[in-house]
Design a protein around this ligand. Structure first.
Ligand code: AR6
Length: 179
């Protein structure tokens, strides 16, 4: 696990479960439009948070691809959950811009809520079918564009479900770091 610092912000890529990141203020959900439980990341987050999360989400749904909304985290070990609706690859276009909006809007919500640490999953790369490598480049490009303007966010963690995905993230982060 490598931690790197850019513009005073620590960025790291770890293998694990997004629902057990107890040292992070906020975790990001790869949500569905209705902000319901679902599978993958959304399933893990809603199971960890308990039914009160769906109750709060009900008032905020539906959301559009690229949009992000924030809720409390209930039984999860975090203060907030930021729910992003990623694009369905090849269907919701332009997919790259919509995916970029997810990362930008999530980070903006983090700043608006004085959040200092935030963990992201690889939005859209599971059920929504986005190829991992292009999705990873979009995630880093968007975040690197915002880094110089971040005031409250000091720690960004990418949580990848398996070690192959984590290695790809590390490799692409290395390319951005050298650019
Ligand atoms: N922690 C970290 N990463 C995970 C976890 C976990 N617990 N579970 C899966 N991943 P997905 P999407 C990885 O499908 O593509 C849901 O049913 C997974 O390997 O959760 O945006 C919602 O309800 C993949 O790389 O999100 C929506 O309907 C990545 O996280 C839809 O799926 C995202 O996978 C959203 O699809």
């Amino acid at each position: 696990m490598t931690k790197r610092e850019f513009f005073g912000v620590t960025i790291e890529c770890v293998q694990g479960n997004i629902a057990v990141q107890s040292d992070m203020d906020a975790i990001v959900n790869a949500a569905n439009a209705m902000l319901r439980m679902g599978g993958g990341v959304a399933g893990a987050i809603h199971r960890g948070a308990g039914p009160d999360l769906e109750e709060e989400c009900r008032k905020l749904a539906p959301i559009q691809p690229g949009q992000a909304v924030i809720t409390r985290a209930y039984n999860l070990p975090n203060r907030y959950v930021i729910h992003c609706l990623g694009p369905v690859y090849g269907k919701e276009e332009p997919s790259d811009q919509l995916l970029s909006c997810c990362y930008r809007n999530a980070l903006q919500l983090a700043e608006d809520n004085s959040i200092s640490s935030i963990a992201f999953p690889a939005i859209s790369t599971g059920f929504f079918g986005y190829p991992l490598e292009s999705a990873t480049r979009i995630a880093f490009q968007t975040i690197f564009d915002m880094l110089p303007r971040l005031l409250t966010v000091k720690h960004i963690r990418f949580v990848l479900f398996n070690d192959t995905d984590r290695q790809l993230y590390e490799q692409i982060l290395g390319e951005f770091a050298e650019a």
